[in-house]
Design a protein around this ligand. Structure first.
Ligand SMILES: CC(C)(COP(=O)(O)OP(=O)(O)OC[C@H]1O[C@@H](n2cnc3c(N)ncnc32)[C@H](O)[C@@H]1OP(=O)(O)O)[C@@H](O)C(=O)NCCC(=O)NCCS
Length: 164
C-alpha cells in the first residue's frame, strides 16, 4: 500500500503542540529550533497549521499563516516530516494543503525561509517550485537576506507563485 494512502492531514489543535516541539530536535538532525514554534500558532492559527498522522502517530506538520502585511501572500513558518517517512511525498502533501487555504483566501504567493546551512530545505523548496529571492548577501554561493528575522542571522528567502 502507498504510504500516502495511510496519511491523515488535519488542522492542528493546541494539544498537538507538545508533541510537535518534542520531535523537532530529532527531525532537524540535532538542531533545536523548537522555541520558534510557539503554542500560539496551534491556538490562533489552526486554519493554516496542520499535522500529518499515520493512525495516531505524528509523521509531519506545517505551521503557517496568512500574511497580514502582504494581502496576497501566505507564509510557511516551519514544516517537518519524520525522518523514517521522508521523500515519500508527505512534505508535498502538507505544502499542497497550505496552497489550498491560500487560494481559497485569494492568496497567490507563498513565502518561506530557511538557514543557508539547511541544504536539505533549500533542495526541497527548489523541487517544490520555489525561487530564491536575491537578498543582500551570499552564503555558500546561495543568496541570503542578512537581517531578516534578526540581526546577523542570514536567511534564504523563498517565494512561489501559485497556479490560478
Ligand atoms: C524538508 C522536508 C519537510 C521534506 O519532506 P518530505 O516529505 O521528505 O518531502 P517530499 O517527499 O514531499 O518531497 C517533495 C519534493 O522534494 C524533493 N526532496 C525531498 N527531500 C529532498 C532532499 N533531501 N534532497 C533533494 N530533494 C528532496 C523530493 O524529491 C520531491 O521532489 P519530486 O517530487 O520532484 O521528486 C523534510 O525533509 C524535513 O522534515 N526536513 C527536516 C526539517 C526541515 O529542514 N524543514 C524545512 C522546512 S521549514
Amino acid at each position: 500500500m502507498n504510504i500516502l494512502d495511510e496519511i491523515n492531514i488535519r488542522n492542528a489543535r493546541p494539544s498537538d503542540h507538545e508533541n510537535v516541539v518534542s520531535v523537532m530536535p530529532d527531525w532537524w538532525g540535532g538542531r533545536d529550533l523548537s522555541s520558534s514554534v510557539l503554542k500560539v500558532f496551534f491556538i490562533h492559527f489552526n486554519k493554516t497549521t496542520y499535522v500529518a498522522e499515520i493512525k495516531d502517530d505524528l509523521v509531519g506538520f506545517l505551521v503557517g499563516f496568512l500574511s497580514q502585511s502582504e494581502e496576497n501572500a501566505g507564509y510557511i513558518h516551519f514544516a517537518g516530516v519524520h525522518p523514517h517517512y521522508r521523500e515519500a511525498g508527505i512534505g508535498r502533501l502538507l505544502f499542497q494543503r497550505f496552497y489550498g487555504v491560500c487560494k481559497s483566501n485569494r492568496r497567490s504567493i507563498v513565502r518561506s525561509c530557511t538557514s543557508p546551512i539547511n541544504k536539505l530545505s533549500i533542495n526541497f523548496h527548489q523541487r517544490m517550485g520555489f525561487i530564491i529571492e536575491p537578498g543582500d548577501g551570499i552564503v555558500d554561493g546561495v543568496p541570503v537576506t542578512l537581517n531578516y528575522l534578526r540581526k546577523n542571522d542570514p536567511k534564504v528567502l523563498f517565494r512561489k507563485e501559485l497556479d490560478r
